[in-house]
Write a protein that binds this ligand. Structure first.
Ligand code: CAA
Length: 256
């Protein structure tokens, strides 16, 4: 069904692999379309899927950026349209109601790092290299990197990475708060899956609401405090709340 991505089910986790290793998994238009489609359809609607891991095929790269070959001849308008669409796709991941984790297995550059930044969490293999090298091409990051990197690592470190275009390694990324954990390459998927499994025993409704409230505080048109108040209240009307509290009071595990 897809030409550039593969989706595999590992119990309740969907492993989405960007699969263009020959081009270091660069995001051409078709790949971006397929990612968008997957998050709009099967990953969202399949209730057996409780969380998603995004990773890159091969040993070398997570994703080495947007496909530079494709936008060589772009006009100003075409560049803007690409960024607008890219923002839409990244936003779909950023606001996805199930947890999404990037398992960064090599180069995560430009649009590739922006894809990882759109995920809710990031785990990097020790060999990962991360950067926003767009200034080397006479560009700036176009899939949300100027904003999301700044939110994660602060203005000073974000500007250092964006203005120098230099890559950082997994250790620095971990220290700067860009990734949640680092691990050996061969344990990357199992470590990321273990992190997701901690969330699967919890209320899917509460998880979706928590993602929304956290995001609301970071959005410019939304109020995170208001969202939290509204959503906290709404939770009392859900079956998950009744199950969670009953399980606590009767000293059993909740069945969400
Ligand atoms: N777009 C298109 N093709 C890419 C690519 C990209 N972003 N990154 C790598 N490739 C291709 C290379 O062209 C090469 O293909 P050919 O064999 O047909 O020449 C193949 O992948 C292997 O790459 P290299 O031979 O360059 O591998 P390397 O080990 O020597 O270097 C690298 C690895 C340092 C990651 C280097 O490939 C590189 O610098 N890539 C570009 C990174 C980049 O600038 N990314 C930002 C893109 S712009 C962007 O993403 C805008 C945005 O914000 C939306």
């Amino acid at each position: 069904m897809y030409n550039n991505i593969k989706i595999q089910l590992l119990d309740q986790t969907a492993l989405l692999e960007i699969d263009r290793p020959k081009y270091l998994n660069a995001l051409n238009r078709e790949t971006l379309e397929e990612i968008e489609h997957a998050f709009q359809h099967e990953l969202l609607s399949n209730t057996d899927i409780r969380g998603v891991i995004i990773t890159g095929a091969g040993e070398k790269a997570f994703v080495a950026g947007a496909d530079i070959k494709e936008f060589m001849k772009y006009s100003t308008e075409e560049g803007m349209a690409l960024a607008k669409w890219g923002h839409g796709v990244m936003n779909r991941i950023y606001t996805f109601p199930k947890p999404v984790i990037a398992a960064i297995n090599g180069y995560a550059l430009g649009g590739g790092l922006e894809l990882a930044l759109a995920c809710h969490m990031r785990v990097a293999s020790n060999s990962a290299k991360m950067g926003l090298p767009e200034v080397s091409l006479g560009l700036i990051p176009g899939y949300g990197g100027t904003q999301r990197l700044t939110q994660l690592v602060g203005r000073g470190k974000a500007l250092e990475m964006i203005l120098s275009g230099e890559m950082i390694d997994a250790e620095d990324a971990n220290q700067w708060g860009l990734v949640n954990y680092t691990t050996n390459s061969d344990e990357l998927i199992s470590k990321t899956t273990d992190l997701l499994k901690k969330m699967y025993g919890k209320s899917a409704h509460a998880i979706a609401a928590a993602i929304k409230a956290v995001n609301a505080g970071l959005g410019k048109d939304t109020d995170g405090y208001e969202e939290e108040i509204r959503s906290f209240g709404e939770s009392f009307g859900t079956p998950d709340f009744h199950e969670g509290v009953d399980a606590f009071l009767t000293k059993r595990k909740p069945n969400f």
